[in-house]
Design a protein around this ligand. Structure first.
Ligand code: SF4
Ligand code: SF4
Ligand code: SF4
Length: 353
């Protein structure tokens, strides 16, 4: 996928925002993704205050933000299997399971909108991509760093990781093992352990994080494209989505603006339809195309969907599931403050059961 983008066959007219009805999509995406990033920073600060107060033994005035469970994908996957087996909703980390459901459903309806519009790691990844463009890659082709074959090999890593988790959780764990895991102090304190990973970071973890940051500056979306199993899962679901970017070969002028702007380096200018699970549904290519109606979303005859529907449907689905979870009592944990305080105090010494 990561082939050098050759010189365009024909010069493209410069895409003008006032002429291209989709030109505002990237700005909108920056705004939405930036807002989510800010939201998760606030969630992190809020949770840190809650954790500190809970372990101190004093009065607890801070609030535990349920959205913090979005960073507990393993617990959510175990909760998903329990839900499928028994119909019971995870009462320990219900928000984590709701977020997983929202990511899966929105990916089916609107491709990987969760990755390209919501996930804060995707936002950071995008900011690092932008930093790379503005510094190291200003006058050079970033795509030449990872050749096509290396790219394919690296992409398979995240699917291997996903296969491992699916095997270990969905295949290996029976109903009893799931109940035991969900009610271990380790799972109760999973949010605190995640916090400690960053606040009390080990040397190895710090070096790994720095390495990932550097690699993400050098290679577009290194973590998301090659290593994130959550992204692999929503990618596979989005593969079955009826929505996809389609190109009209008859009007295409082969300017390759679409391919150059694609964050995951899909050669859009050569595809009649973008089927790959790697497509994040970011709509950058549609916004960059200078020819009206040449690159659109899911076309039937002469009619196509507005690309604005992709974020609208995706984000709408996520909000809908969040609202339903809140209204039906599937958003806040059922663990008491005393239980949380107890397991948080020993969180650092807890190991995976
Ligand atoms: S691939 Fe993973 S880390 Fe990246 S945006 Fe998607 S869910 Fe977030
Ligand atoms: S093909 Fe288009 S919508 Fe898909 S990831 Fe690339 S730029 Fe985004
Ligand atoms: S689809 Fe649009 S952006 Fe891509 S090569 Fe054709 S005209 Fe250029």
């Amino acid at each position: 996928m990561s082939e050098p983008v050759a010189a365009p066959a024909r010069e493209a007219p410069a895409p003008a925002k006032w002429r291209n009805p989709h030109g505002l999509l990237p700005t909108l995406r920056w705004a939405v993704q930036g807002a989510y990033l800010l939201f998760f920073v606030v969630v992190g600060i809020e949770f840190h205050s809650f954790y500190r107060q809970a372990v101190s033994g004093g009065p607890v005035t801070a609030h535990r933000p349920p959205a913090v469970e979005g960073f507990l994908p393993i617990s959510a996957l175990v909760g998903l299997k329990r839900f499928l087996l028994t119909g019971l909703y995870d009462e320990v980390h219900p928000a984590g399971l709701t977020i997983l459901f929202a990511a899966i459903l929105s990916s089916f309806l609107a491709r990987k909108v969760f990755c390209s519009w919501v996930c804060p790691v995707g936002g950071i990844s995008r900011a690092l991509e932008w930093a790379g463009e503005k510094t190291i890659w200003r006058r050079r082709k970033r795509e030449t760093l990872v050749n096509r074959w290396a790219d394919r090999g690296l992409i398979s890593l995240k699917y291997l990781l996903l296969a491992f988790f699916a095997w270990a959780i969905l295949w290996q764990m029976d109903g009893d093992a799931i109940e035991r895991f969900l009610h271990t102090p380790y799972n109760y304190a999973a949010d605190a352990k995640m916090l400690l990973f960053f606040t009390d970071i080990s040397r190895t973890a710090a070096i790994t994080l720095v390495l990932l940051v550097v690699l993400s500056v050098l290679v577009k979306h290194f973590w998301c494209r090659y290593l994130c199993p959550y992204g692999a899962l929503v990618g596979l679901v989005s593969w079955m989505s009826p929505q996809r970017v389609v190109r009209d070969g008859a009007t295409c002028i082969d300017c390759r603006a679409c391919t150059r702007t694609c964050p995951v380096e899909i050669p859009v200018h050569r595809k009649a339809s973008v089927w790959t699970p790697e497509c994040t549904g970011c709509m950058s290519c549609v916004a960059a195309c200078p020819v009206e109606d040449c690159l659109t979303v899911t076309r039937k005859g002469k009619n196509s969907l507005s690309p604005y529907l992709i974020p609208l449907v995706g984000l709408g689905t996520i909000y809908l599931l969040w609202g339903v979870a809140r209204l039906t009592g599937h958003w806040h944990t059922s663990l008491s403050l005393d239980t949380l305080a107890e397991v948080y105090r020993i969180a650092a010494s807890l190991v995976h059961p």
